[in-house]
Design a protein around this ligand. Structure first.
Ligand code: M6R
Length: 615
C-alpha cells in the first residue's frame, strides 16, 4: 500500500502535494518523493524515510515552483526502501514520470523484454518497468501518452493506481486504477489526484472515484475524460459531494484503525496469495521457498520463533506443517529461545515470523540460529525491515501497513503465507495427493469471500459484547488448529480492553481452569464442525452444568452447539486447516467492541508499542 497525490491547476503544486502526502503517510512511510514541472523542466526529489525527510531533501535539491506535480509515500513491495527505489520513477528518455501504488505481477518478464530492446533500469521496482513499458509503447506505436498508458496497462497483470505525465506536455496528467484506490478532486479549473480524498478535502468536496479498470486524462483548462482501459469506451464522470471530515477519511470511514484493518482482511489475504497461488495451473510459486527447496527438504525439523500474535500464527503453522508436510515443528517464544542455549544444527530450518520485522527478541533469535549454521527464513510484513534483511530468504505477507497496535490482518496473512509454504513443501515431499493439493488451493482461494461473510456478524457480535463488557475474566477454548486461535482471542481482549482473559486447549479445562467457572464467567468456545467437534461439544456440556456463559463460534448451520450455548456466532465451512482464518474474525470483533464500549484507546492501548525494539 502506498499513498499517491497529484495536482494540476493554477496554484503552486509543492505545498499541496507535501501536505497531502503527510495525510497519506498511514498508507506507507518508508520513502517519499515528488516530481514537479517548474515551467521549464522536470524536477524530482526523493528519499528513503518520511515525508519530513523529503521536505528537508527537496529544500536543498529542487526549486519548488510549478503548478503540475505528483508525489508518493511508499510502502515497499518490490525492492527495499532506499532512495533509488523511491517514487517517482522516470523513463529512460527522461521525459515520462510516474507514481504507482500496487504490484505489477508480470514485471520480470516485461523487464526482460525491455532489456532486450536496450532499456536500462536503476531501481529494483516494478514501477520503473511500467514507465519504460509506457515509453516503449508510445514510441513504437507513435501514440499520445493516454493511448500509450492504455496499451501498456493491457499488457500488465497485477494491481495499480498510477499517475503519469510527460515533461513535454505537462498540462496533461494520465491516471488509472485497478485494485488500488484513486480519487480526483474537482476544483475551479484545477484537479487534485489522491489515494483517498484527505489531501484535497480542504480545497474541494467534489470528487470522482475511479472504478477498477478505468483511466482518466486530466487536462488543465480542458477537464477530465474517463475511459475503460480494456475497450476504450467513454465513462460519464459521476461527481460525488463529500460529506466527511479528514479524520474519518484516513481511517477509511472506520472509527479506528483496528476496525479498518479487521475489515481489510479479505483484500489483505488476497494480496498475500496473489501471484503465488496459481489454482488453474495447480502450483504454488514462492521464490524464497523454491530457491531453497533443498534446505527445506533436508531439514530434520523446522523451528519457528516469534512473539505475541506472530507466535500464535507460528502455532497454527505447526499444525499445518506437521499435518501436510510431515515435518517435525517446534514453536518457540523468541525471548525464551535466545536465552536457553538451544540445540541447533545445520540441518535445522528456522522460520522467524514478525509483522514489523523489527522485534528485538526475534531478531536476536535469528542471529543465534544463524551463528549455529541454521538456515533462517523470514515471514515479515514490512519490506526491507531488519528481520527481512537479516534472514537468508523469506516471504512477505503484503498485508499493507498495520497501524492499530493490536495485530489483526498481520495474523491472518501470516497464516496464509505459512499455509502456502506448507502446501508447497508437502507437494515437493509427496506427502499430499494431487487432488488434495488442488482442493486446498481452491479452498484457500475462497477464504477472502468467507472472511467477508464472517464480517457480516458484526452487529450480532456488538450485541453480545454489550452483554459481557463488564465481565472481569474471560476464558477462550479451542482444540487442534483452533487452540492457537483461542490464545489469540484472549490476547486481543487483554491488550485492548484490559480484561483478564486466558486461552486454553479445550480438553485442558478439566485440569484446572474449570475451577474458575461460575455464572459470571463468559467462555468463548471455538466449536467448528471439522476439528474434534464431538469432543468440544462435551466440553461445552461440562461448562453448561457449571452455569458458565457460553459463546460458541460454530460452522454455519450448526444445530448441536446452538442448543447448548447462550450465543453462537457462525462462520462459513472450510477445510479444518483453514478454519483459523475464519474463527479469528469474530474474536477480533468481540474484543474490539468490548474495548470501545469500555471507552479504551483501541488503537494505542496503554503500555504497548506497535513494534517492540527493546528486550
Ligand atoms: O512485529 P511483530 O509481529 O514481531 O510483533 C510481535 C508482537 O509484539 C505483537 O504481535 C504483539 O503481541 C501485538 N500487540 C499483538 O496484537
Amino acid at each position: 500500500m502506498c499513498g499517491i497525490v497529484g495536482y494540476i491547476g493554477p496554484r503552486e503544486a509543492y505545498p499541496i502535494i507535501i501536505e497531502g502526502l503527510k495525510r497519506l503517510e498511514y498508507r506507507g512511510y518508508d520513502s517519499a518523493g515528488i516530481a514537479l514541472f517548474d515551467g521549464n523542466d522536470l524536477k524530482v526529489s526523493k528519499t528513503k524515510g518520511k515525508v519530513a525527510d523529503l521536505e528537508e531533501r527537496s529544500d536543498k535539491e529542487i526549486t519548488k515552483n510549478g503548478s503540475v506535480g505528483i508525489g508518493h509515500t511508499r510502502w515497499a513491495t518490490h525492492g527495499v526502501p532506499n532512495d533509488v527505489n523511491s517514487h517517482p520513477h522516470i523513463s529512460n528518455s527522461g521525459d515520462l514520470v510516474i507514481i504507482h501504488n500496487g504490484i505489477i505481477e508480470n514485471y520480470e518478464s516485461l523487464k526482460k523484454e525491455l532489456i532486450s530492446r536496450g532499456y536500462t533500469f536503476k531501481s529494483d521496482t516494478d514501477t520503473e518497468v511500467l514507465i519504460n513499458l509506457i515509453e516503449d509503447v508510445k514510441k513504437q506505436e507513435k501514440v499520445k501518452l493516454g493511448k500509450a498508458v492504455q496499451i501498456a496497462l493491457n499488457q500488465v497483470i497485477g494491481a495499480y493506481a498510477i499517475a503519469v505525465f510527460d515533461k513535454n506536455k505537462p498540462e496533461e496528467v494520465v491516471i488509472a486504477r485497478l485494485g488500488s484506490p484513486l480519487a480526483v478532486g474537482i476544483g475551479e479549473d484545477e484537479f487534485f489526484i489522491a489515494s483517498d480524498a484527505s489531501p484535497f478535502l480542504e480545497y474541494t468536496k467534489d470528487a470522482i472515484y475511479l472504478e477498477d479498470e478505468e483511466m482518466a486524462i486530466i487536462r488543465f483548462h480542458k477537464g477530465i475524460k474517463i475511459r475503460k482501459i480494456k475497450d476504450d469506451s467513454l465513462v460519464d464522470p459521476y461527481i460525488q459531494k463529500l460529506q466527511i471530515n479528514l479524520e474519518q477519511i484516513e481511517k477509511g470511514g472506520f472509527d479506528h484503525f483496528m476496525l479498518k484493518e479487521i475489515h481489510e482482511q479479505p483484500k489483505a489475504i488476497t494480496d498475500t496469495y496473489r501471484g503465488r497461488l496459481l489454482r488453474k495451473e495447480a502450483i504454488i510459486k514462492m521464490a524464497g521457498v523454491e530457491d531453497n527447496m533443498k534446505k527445506f527438504l533436508n531439514a530434520d525439523r523446522i523451528i519457528i520463533v516469534a512473539c505475541g500474535t506472530s507466535w500464535h500464527a507460528g502455532l497454527v503453522a505447526e499444525y499445518i506443517f506437521e499435518d501436510l508436510a510431515r515435518v517435525p515443528v517446534e514453536v518457540e517464544y523468541a525471548s525464551e529461545f535466545r536465552y536457553r542455549n538451544p540445540v541447533i544444527t545445520e540441518k535445522d530450518v528456522l522460520i522467524a515470523i514478525s509483522q514489523s520485522g523489527e522485534t528485538a527478541d526475534t531478531l536476536a533469535a535469528i542471529k543465534l540460529a544463524k551463528s549455529k549454521g541454521a538456515f533462517v527464513f523470514g515471514v515479515c510484513n514490512v519490506v526491507g525491515s531488519s528481520i527481512a534483511r537479516e534472514t537468508d530468504a523469506g516471504a512477505y505477507t503484503h498485508a499493507g501497513p498495520e497501524i492499530g497496535v493490536a495485530s489483526t490482518k498481520a495474523f491472518t496473512t501470516q497464516i496464509t503465507v505459512l499455509t502456502l509454504m506448507a502446501l508447497r513443501l508437502a507437494r515437493a515431499k509427496g506427502t499430499i495427493s494431487s487432488s488434495d493439493f488442488r482442493h486446498h488451493l481452491l479452498e484457500l482461494e475462497m477464504i477472502p469471500k468467507k472472511v467477508e461473510e464472517s464480517l457480516k456478524s458484526d452487529a450480532h457480535i456488538q450485541a453480545i459484547s454489550d452483554i459481557y463488557k463488564d465481565a472481569s475474566n474471560f476464558l477462550y477454548l479451542g482444540r487442534g488448529y483452533n487452540f492457537p486461535v483461542a490464545l489469540e482471542g484472549a490476547l486481543k481482549l487483554k491488550e485492548i480492553s484490559y480484561i483478564h482473559a486466558e486461552g486454553y486447549p479445550a480438553a485442558e479445562m478439566k485440569h484446572g481452569p474449570i475451577a474458575l467457572i461460575d455464572e459470571n464467567m463468559p467462555i468463548v468456545v471455538i466449536a467448528t464442525k471439522k476439528g474434534h467437534y464431538e469432543k468440544v461439544v462435551s466440553n461445552i456440556q461440562e461448562i453448561k452444568s457449571r452455569k458458565g456463559k457460553i459463546i460458541g463460534i460454530v460452522t454455519e448451520g450448526d444445530v448441536q452447539v446452538k442448543e447448548l450455548a447462550d450465543h453462537v456466532i457462525e462462520v462459513p465451512e472450510t477445510l479444518e486447516s483453514l478454519t483459523p482464518l475464519l474463527t479469528t474474525i469474530p474474536l477480533q470483533l468481540l474484543s474490539y467492541h468490548i474495548a470501545v464500549m469500555l471507552g479504551k484507546n483501541v488503537d494505542q492501548p496503554r503500555n504497548l508499542a506497535k513494534s517492540v525494539t527493546v528486550e
